[in-house]
Design a protein around this ligand. Structure first.
Ligand code: PEP
Ligand code: MN
Length: 359
């Protein structure tokens, strides 16, 4: 996929002075519910009304969406409010119905992005249309799979493209429903700087209390927009009740969000920033020198262990070192999660270097 094409053109066409917002219920439930929510979102920072019509449920027996009838309710909402419409599509039949009902933005859900057959079917069904298509990240943290799905649409001639970052599932329970793994989205942005990226804090957090915090993190990373699940009666929503916010709450969130500028001409800013960037580059260089030194020491240890035929991994010693690292990290204001990840990676690399000497 060419990364020079400005896939953001369709976002720029909105001429917004703030990141674009897509809001609406997880699922369309009844005609009244759809119309009421859309009415309350009109005249706010929201540009696009979302509603799920076909719901991919992890297990059978849950509410699987109202189906095509909901598209009619959405069309009515559009006629009454002027909001554009977005819904999730998971197969060619969905695409056909969405196009017939004038849906403006089609998104591919996280459970569909993981399936190249389904994505290809959707891409084929979209050939020749000029719909906006947004691709949610796959449920598992795999950037290649995410890019692959976007490429299938690009190859089908879709140029109004974008990505939605909705977090990744984990076996361990965390404070998030789906952990953000921001670095994966940052990597996507740096490979395709002209591809717009949206954040879906609702599915990342799974919890309405954290929507503001995660939305702010996304804006700090220069995301182009947000998709936030919004319901007039969140507690009684037919799906994802814990994470939806009311339209009133959504407006409060907009008031509290700080929109960052990309740059400024303010006096002194650029000089000071340049100096800080030089300091960061210098520090990064030192970090790499130190890491290189550390691996040389590991190799010497490997050579010594080989002479005495000693196993590489000494669990007792590693546990002691690790405990000390956590304490040292804490004293320097580093989060435990960061120290754990970085130290496990360094330890793994050390084992590889020691192993090289054992051969
Ligand atoms: C949704 O947006 O309601 C949805 C099902 O999202 P995801 O594909 O991210 O789980
Ligand atoms: Mn949902």
């Amino acid at each position: 996929m060419e990364n020079t094409i400005n896939f953001k053109g369709w976002v720029d066409a909105f001429e917004l002075t703030h990141p674009m917002v897509i809001a609406g219920p997880c699922s369309a439930e009844t005609e009244d519910q759809v119309i009421q929510i859309a009415q309350q979102l009109k005249d706010s920072d929201v540009s696009v009304f979302r509603a799920g019509i076909w719901k991919p449920r992890t297990r059978p027996g849950g509410f699987e969406g109202v189906g095509a009838i909901g598209l009619k309710w959405m069309q009515k909402a559009k006629a009454e409010t002027g909001l554009l419409l977005a819904t999730e599509v998971a197969n060619a039949a969905h695409v056909k119905l969405a196009i017939e009902h004038d849906i403006d933005i089609l998104w591919i859900g996280a459970r569909t992005t993981v399936n190249p057959f389904a994505v290809q079917e959707i891409a084929d069904a979209l050939k020749g249309s000029d719909k906006i298509v947004l691709v949610k990240n796959p449920v598992n943290p795999d950037l290649g799979l995410w890019i692959g799905a976007i490429e299938r649409l690009y190859n089908a001639g879709i140029t109004k493209l974008g990505a939605i970052h909705r977090g990744f599932s984990t076996y361990e329970k965390t404070i998030y429903r789906n952990i953000p793994e921001w670095q994966i989205a940052i990597e996507l942005q740096s490979r395709y700087p002209k591809l717009p990226i949206f954040c879906d804090p609702s599915h990342i957090t799974g919890n309405r209390e954290m929507i503001l915090e995660v939305s702010q993190q996304a804006l700090d990373l220069n995301y182009n927009g947000l998709m936030i699940e919004t319901h007039t009666d969140p507690e009684n929503a037919w799906s994802d009740a814990a994470q939806q916010v009311t339209p009133t709450k959504l407006k409060e969130i907009f008031k509290d969000l700080r929109i960052r500028k990309l740059t400024t001409d303010a006096d002194g800013y650029n000089e000071e920033m340049q100096k800080l960037r030089r300091d960061i580059d210098f520090t990064d260089g030192k970090l790499f020198d130190l890491l290189g030194n550390r691996m040389q020491i590991a190799e010497k240890m490997g050579a010594l262990k080989k002479e005495e035929n000693i196993a590489i991994l000494q669990s007792q010693r590693w546990n002691e070192v690790f405990k000390k690292m956590l304490e040292m990290g804490e004293a320097r204001g580093l989060t435990q999660d960061f120290v754990e990840r970085i130290f496990k990676a360094i330890h793994q690399e050390s084992i590889t270097h020691q192993g090289k000497m054992m051969k």
